[in-house]
Ligand binder design. Structure first.
Ligand SMILES: [Zn+2]
Length: 232
């Protein structure tokens, strides 16, 4: 992400940005209780992440956890501790050097669909066909497990087509990422990437709600099977 000549990222600005992103997810009903987590890449070796056991829409800048990208370095005994889902964030940042922000939420409609063994086709709607052309579904894995983190990072690193910007987790919502666009400052580009990751989560949930409703309406009107993609 950053070059050697770039100035260091403004940690205070990014702490405020994560708190704002949490409030935004909460205002749209995408996170409940202590669910979900957010992080940004703060340097080549460190991340700034939301803490465990707290509502992500009521955080203050000092509530965030500073985390090393390398789990072997361990966590300082002082300061807030990140969620166990931080293993997923670390794996994604290691697999995708372009990614500077990660957002995760237990999206209700996406959990309902995967719980029923279903997954939406992002090519069914023009908006998601454009912004989420691929939406891999990751089989269920225990929260915080290395196996789940590995499956997710492998999905994001599959670049033989359009790079995934979000994945669905069976029974566990979704994860979306943001890459740093060209911007007036490195800090602002990371802020924008975090907003984009949140928008992508919202888009995943809208797709899942629409897909669920379309299946129900098709069944109620005697139509069989899922809706067709735009290409038919
Ligand atoms: Zn989770």
């Amino acid at each position: 992400m950053s070059r050697l000549t770039d100035p260091p990222l403004d940690e205070a600005v990014l702490r405020a940005a994560i708190c704002a992103a949490g409030r935004r997810l909460g205002s749209r009903g995408l996170i409940s209780a202590g669910e979900g987590n957010l992080s940004v890449r703060l340097s080549a070796t460190t991340l700034l992440a939301t803490p465990t056991g707290r509502r992500k829409d009521e955080l203050e800048p000092d509530d965030l956890a500073l985390v090393n990208l390398d789990p072997a370095v361990g966590q300082s005994s002082e300061g807030p501790r990140p969620s166990s889902d931080i293993a997923i964030h670390r794996a994604i940042y290691r697999a995708r050097p372009d990614v500077v922000a990660v957002a995760h939420a237990h999206l209700p409609a996406s959990m309902a669909l995967t719980l029923a063994g279903l997954a939406p086709d992002p090519l069914a709607l023009p908006e998601t066909a454009h912004h989420l052309p691929v939406l891999p579904v990751i089989p269920y894995g225990a929260m915080g497990s290395d196996a789940l983190a590995a499956r997710i990072s492998q999905a994001f690193a599959t670049l033989d087509g359009p790079a995934p910007v979000a994945v669905l987790l069976e029974r566990h919502g979704a994860i979306a990422v943001g890459s740093a666009p060209a911007g007036p400052s490195v800090t602002e580009s990371v802020e924008r990437a975090l907003v984009t990751a949140g928008d992508r989560l919202e888009l995943v949930e809208v797709l899942c709600r629409v897909w669920r409703d379309a299946l129900l309406l098709r069944a109620a009107t005697g139509q069989s099977g899922p809706p067709a993609s735009i290409a038919g």
